[in-house]
Write a new protein. Structure first.
Length: 52
């Protein structure tokens, strides 16, 4: 079973979650990044990214 480590960084006033799995794979929360554009509905920003 892999161990996942969760860290948080702050960029331009927005907290962004970063997940590291066994020091090999890093994952960044796209929803947290989308909150920079639209704090109320970040899902709309992600939907636009997926459409393009």
């Amino acid at each position: 079973m892999s161990k996942v480590k969760k860290d948080t960084i702050e960029v331009k006033g927005v907290a962004i979650q970063i997940y590291t799995e066994d020091f090999k794979n890093d994952y960044v929360s796209l929803t947290d990044i989308a909150k920079y554009k639209n704090r109320e509905e970040p899902n709309v920003v992600v939907a636009n990214w997926m459409r393009n």
